[in-house]
Design a protein around this ligand. Structure first.
Ligand code: HEC
Ligand code: HEC
Ligand code: HEC
Ligand code: HEC
Length: 400
């Protein structure tokens, strides 16, 4: 007597009419679109038993006896969604998903064998999630930036709003400009012994975090004196707006915004360009044409313009990312679509690896290329850790 099995969730998701482009696997011609892909979801218990024989003989040495892998970078397969498993096996076979051990493992298998082995692995109980104490979450970059910038406030002011003549406002500047400026001090390309010493121990990630923190603060003018003739400064600034923006707000990360900048620092900077202490060919020739009085007037004009927030986005928290990922991958990574992979209790090292592969385009999928493109390494690590810790729900097989 044959006991055919069917997946409860299948009807539900098909009814919702969700469709996803998957894996780039060649779609075998089918009577109804997608029906061929779903054969593993409709497998009989006999199919599953045949799949088990193949799995034990060929796959278990890497993926574990019950589809729970203990090898670094090798995914758990137990309880993974059936149509997804089948489509990925097809993708390895056609070369759409490149990975040598897997390509060799499936090279000589028939389409029927792929269906059965996919059905077998999906029928198994999923891995138990890793302990919640496994890895501490990477700190929020904005908070980390704030902490790292605490020593800068003494000179640059709280939130990067300078109260000290001669010290630049850092608020209102693009994150990339701030990082480039810090790197230039550190490398000695921009000569300033004190800033070089202050930044000596600040690493690249810390610089990015600091710059992000400042870029997200509400901009305000430097709270310092700005002697000089603003109207004369405005007239002299006609040549500057092309690069620094009409109102001193630059749209180009390579060019600093000048609006609200401390006037004394502004004059120092122009003198440094003119005298060659700060090297920049464009600014050198422009500054060479300015006398001290014009510099002071320009400084007064710009110091009194309103700085604007640069383009900077507050990064999402892991919880906010998870909400977005769960739209496709199901609640806490428990996918209800047989074609979409579950992430719950999957190995973190494996997810970390494939998310980078999507990002680099090594593993091709339109949705995942878009979803992974904005993720930092720390965000990827946090998401992989989060999903590895979630309880996985098994695929629900229902006897007919
Ligand atoms: C629009 C739908 C969609 C969203 C949103 C989405 N994914 Fe995916 N994800 C997919 C599809 C489809 C696949 C299978 C792609 C393939 O065949 O390579 C996938 C695959 C994956 C895989 C590989 C699973 C495996 O077993 O190899 C990981 C890991 C993953 N997604 C993580 C995420 C994370 C983290 C997010 C949120 C940042 C996310 N996904 C958001 C659709 C989505
Ligand atoms: C030599 C070790 C090895 C063998 C043998 C092996 N695999 Fe794999 N398998 C891997 C590795 C490594 C990956 C991850 C590859 C990647 O990143 O694309 C993988 C990935 C997979 C995936 C993708 C899972 C996902 O979540 O996207 C499936 C499905 C799979 N294997 C099934 C099988 C089946 C079925 C067999 C037996 C026919 C098998 N594997 C044999 C090492 C192996
Ligand atoms: C002791 C006072 C002091 C401290 C502390 C200090 N700075 Fe500075 N910073 C300055 C001065 C003065 C300049 C202008 C140097 C010059 O003429 O190039 C400057 C310039 C800068 C600039 C260039 C801005 C621009 O518009 O080109 C950046 C970026 C910067 N500092 C970041 C930092 C960061 C980040 C910290 C904390 C890790 C810090 N500074 C700590 C005094 C200080
Ligand atoms: C062709 C484009 C261009 C024009 C025109 C231009 N600048 Fe600049 N300016 C730059 C760039 C690029 C930098 C950053 C150079 C560096 O890395 O040191 C800069 C830097 C500066 C700085 C240093 C700001 C800081 O935060 O460190 C000041 C002050 C300045 N410019 C003033 C002016 C004034 C005043 C004029 C008009 C007389 C002017 N610039 C015209 C491109 C331009």
């Amino acid at each position: 007597m044959k006991r055919s099995v069917q997946i409860l969730m299948l009807a539900l998701t098909l009814a919702m009419g969700i469709s996803y482009s998957s894996g780039g696997a060649a779609q075998p011609s089918a009577t109804k679109p997608g029906e061929e892909d779903l054969r593993a979801a409709n497998a009989s218990s006999q199919d599953i038993a045949e799949g088990k024989r193949l799995a034990d003989a060929t796959c278990a040495r890497c993926h574990g006896g019950k589809g729970v892998s203990s090898g670094k970078g090798i995914p758990h397969l137990a309880g993974q969604r059936p149509a997804y498993l089948y489509l990925e096996l097809r993708a390895y076979q056609t070369g759409a998903r490149g990975n040598n051990p897997m390509q060799a493992a499936v090279k000589f298998l028939s389409d029927d064998a792929l269906v059965k082995v996919a059905a077998y692995y999906s029928s198994l109980d999923p891995a138990t999630p890793v302990s919640t104490k496994a890895a501490p979450a990477k700190p929020d970059p904005v908070q980390a930036g704030k902490a790292a910038a605490s020593g800068c406030a003494g000179c640059h002011g709280e939130g990067g709003i300078s109260k000290t003549g001669g010290v630049p406002n850092l608020v209102g500047e693009d994150q990339k400009f701030l990082v480039a400026a810090m790197q230039a001090y550190k490398s000695g390309q921009r000569k300033h012994d004190m800033m070089k010493t202050l930044l000596a121990a600040v690493g690249e990630t810390e610089m990015n975090n600091i710059a992000l923190y400042y870029a997200l603060q509400k901009p305000a003018k430097a709270q310092t004196p700005s002697p000089g003739d603003q109207a004369a400064g405005k007239a002299a600034a006609a040549d500057c707006g092309g690069c620094h923006g009409d109102l001193g707000v630059s749209g180009n990360p390579a060019t600093p915004s000048l609006a609200g900048q401390d006037a004394e620092y502004f004059v120092d900077a122009l003198k440094a360009y003119k005298g060659g202490k700060r090297s920049d060919d464009t600014m050198k020739s422009l500054a060479a044409a300015l006398d001290d009085k014009t510099m002071k007037n320009l400084a007064a004009y710009y110091a009194n313009l309103q700085p604007q927030p640069p383009k900077a986005k507050k990064p999402l928290t892991t919880a906010e990312w998870v909400q977005r990922c769960d739209r496709c991958h199901g609640v806490n990574g428990n996918s209800t679509d047989p074609r979409l992979p579950a992430l719950a209790a999957q190995r973190a090292d494996y997810m970390d690896k494939v998310l980078h592969a999507y990002q680099k385009g090594e593993r091709k999928n339109t949705s995942m290329a878009a979803m992974s493109s904005g993720l930092s390494d720390a965000e990827i690590e946090n998401l992989a850790t989060y999903y590895a810790q979630q309880k996985a729900r098994a695929v629900v097989f229902m006897s007919k």
